[in-house]
Design a protein around this ligand. Structure first.
Ligand code: PGA
Length: 249
């Protein structure tokens, strides 16, 4: 049985006062829920979030990580540092990192490895652009993104990892993949892992991300291969995020 996971990706949003209100609300109401709930604030707020969620069922994640373990890499943050601030999860390969910061499949695979080496659970984000979908390349693109990690680390790496399918055309656009469209890709991801190890595939959590809202969460989460969500915009509004978490319950 895979435990549902709802993770809030705050992106570059937040401020001390605002974070405090949001996290206090979510932490207070999360106790009764069966799904796992993670919040991924920007780096400078990890310590604040760590102390605010202490004693609650919420867990912490980061939005990115360096592929290096330490050294002269100005502006970068190592996985061991994220672990020190209580992170359990870290996103790797979010489409904004791929598109805006040039992260290639190969770099994403090294980041994935760096995260696991520090004891973090990487959340590997994959997904196609609109033009890739329109030209029928969705399956190939997602398979290539997943293969970069499988090829480098082997299928055992998926034992302690999460995959997030996030069609780029659905991120922040208000257009979501239909439950059937998402389910099809999720099933393909699981099948790709199952070819290598069916047990690991059966236990792998695959989240959907891209304009998940209170109105569509239940139907998406009801699909057999969708094990929760990676939530952007709606993770910044306590009521919306909590309603989405309830839908995963
Ligand atoms: P969105 O973002 O929910 O605002 O579409 C999702 C994401 O980018 O993780």
């Amino acid at each position: 049985m895979r435990r549902m996971l709802v993770a809030g990706n705050w992106k570059m949003h937040g401020a001390l006062h605002q974070n405090s209100e949001l996290l206090k609300r979510i932490a207070a109401e999360a106790s009764g829920l069966l799904c796992e709930i993670a919040v991924c604030p920007p780096y400078p707020y990890l310590a604040q979030a760590q102390s605010l969620i202490e004693g609650s069922p919420l867990v912490l994640g980061a939005q990115s990580v360096s592929e290096h373990s330490s050294g002269a890499f100005t502006g970068e943050v190592a996985a061991s540092m994220l672990a020190e601030f209580g992170c359990r999860y870290v996103l790797v390969g979010h489409s904004e990192r791929r598109a805006l910061y040039g992260e290639t499949d190969a770099v994403v695979a090294v980041k994935f490895e760096a995260a696991q080496n520090a004891g973090l659970v990487p959340v590997l984000c994959v997904g196609e652009t609109l033009s890739e979908r329109e030209s029928g390349e969705t399956g190939a693109v997602v398979a290539r993104q997943l293969s970069a990690v499988l090829g480098r680390l082997g299928v055992v790496a998926m034992r302690s990892a999460v995959v997030a399918y996030e069609p780029v055309w659905a991120i922040g656009t208000g257009v979501t993949a239909s439950p059937a469209q998402a389910q099809e890709v999720h099933a393909a991801i699981r099948a790709q892992v199952a070819v290598l190890d069916s047990g690991i595939a059966a236990g792998l959590r695959i989240l959907y991300g891209g304009s998940v809202k209170p109105q569509n969460a239940k139907e998406l989460f009801g699909q057999s291969d969708i094990d929760g969500g990676l939530i952007g915009g709606a993770a910044l509004v306590a009521d919306d995020f909590l309603t989405i978490c309830q839908a995963a319950n």
